[in-house]
Design a protein around this ligand. Structure first.
Ligand code: DGY
Length: 338
């Protein structure tokens, strides 16, 4: 029998699969109020919805800051985010108030790693441009130097952030014949790196020596804007840059300049700031630029698709997972942000 201790009011900031809501109420006997839409909750609705609640289930598109916490009041005990990243949560403020936080590590590791590899291959082998050339009649005959890209065989791959996703990317890229893996991050991880014989290097060396750079680090104050002018200037002219972490890790103006000036060969972006980019954003013009001058740099942009696999979406809301993100925060388990 449920005790009153578990009865709590929860605000859910988006339409989520029914299994998730069911799991939520079964897990904690919660009364749920929901922003029942596929679109993000407007700020005013978020502030009103969270008022007086004990629980908040949010998404990475919801900025949970002091204003939201103040609006919720002192009764708020738990915040669970249906995301791997939690850079949208003002953790300092949250911790000050003794609110517990749950998130969903691991759920998207495979999906994001697969997408990173897909984006890398599509970018370095210029797949979108090539498809477009077939469609628009640009492909007239076989030409030895036309649409050349860069291959992984015998290459050096640099991974910025050898966490769960970074490791899963390395595991998938290894069979392509990568000669060497480098990685950079806050500290060396010798036991993990041993699987790929990956070498821990300063970020400057990662930039200078890698043929492919895959960014999979978390967005923190330390990594914000870390891929900047200096970073791109150090990269090889024939190198390819892939970002599937967070847009804010990259200084986009510097990336644009690096692409336009031929400092790097190409970029594949799963994430940008903002998302989506305005349709007149300079980065979006680079595809046309590449069509006009085949040696120019293609910039392949995707829209935060790292986690878009149907069964992952469902899984992340199955009872066990909901127990994970909800129970972690309220009862304590591994998916708890310390
Ligand atoms: C996450 O959960 O943090 C992912 O970035 C979603 O795509």
């Amino acid at each position: 029998m449920r005790t009153a201790r578990w009865a709590m009011e929860v605000f859910v900031t988006r339409r989520i699969p029914a299994a998730g809501l069911r799991a939520l109420s079964e897990a904690g006997g919660c009364t749920v109020q929901q922003w029942d839409s596929n679109e993000p909750v407007p700020r005013a609705e978020l502030l009103a919805g969270v008022a007086g609640k004990q629980g908040l289930l949010c998404l990475l598109s919801d900025r949970i800051d002091k204003e939201v916490l103040d609006a919720a009041g002192s009764g708020l005990k738990v915040i669970s985010t249906m995301s791997v990243g939690f850079d949208h949560l003002a953790l300092h403020e949250i911790k000050k108030r003794g609110i517990r936080v749950g998130y969903t590590p691991d759920v998207l590791t495979d999906a994001t790693a697969e997408l990173s590899v897909a984006l890398l291959l599509a970018t370095c082998r210029r797949l979108p441009e090539s498809v477009e050339e077939v469609k628009n009649g640009g492909w007239t005959t076989w030409k030895p130097l036309w649409m050349c890209g860069y291959g992984l065989s015998d290459s050096i791959v640099g991974i910025l952030g050898l966490g769960r996703i970074g490791q899963a990317v390395a595991r998938r890229l290894k069979p392509f014949g990568v000669k060497k893996f480098l990685y950079a991050g806050s500290h060396p991880k010798p036991e993990i790196a041993a699987e790929f014989q990956a070498e821990f290097v300063p970020i400057t060396r990662l930039a200078e020596e890698s043929d492919f750079i895959v960014v999979t680090c978390a967005l923190t104050p330390e990594t914000q804007g870390i891929c900047n002018k200096d970073f791109f200037c150090r990269m090889k002219k024939n190198s390819v840059f892939i970002n599937t972490s967070r847009g804010a890790v990259v200084n986009q103006e510097d990336l644009y300049n690096a692409l336009v000036n031929g400092q790097i060969a190409a970029a594949g972006l799963d994430v940008t700031t903002p998302e989506p980019l305005p349709t007149d954003h300079p980065l979006l013009s680079l595809k046309n630029c590449a069509y006009r001058e085949p040696k120019c740099n293609p910039c392949l942009l995707k829209k935060g698709l790292g986690s878009t696999i149907h069964h992952r979406r469902t899984f992340s809301l199955q009872t066990s997972r909901m127990e994970g993100i909800w129970g972690s925060a309220y009862r304590g388990c591994s998916a708890f942000v310390e």
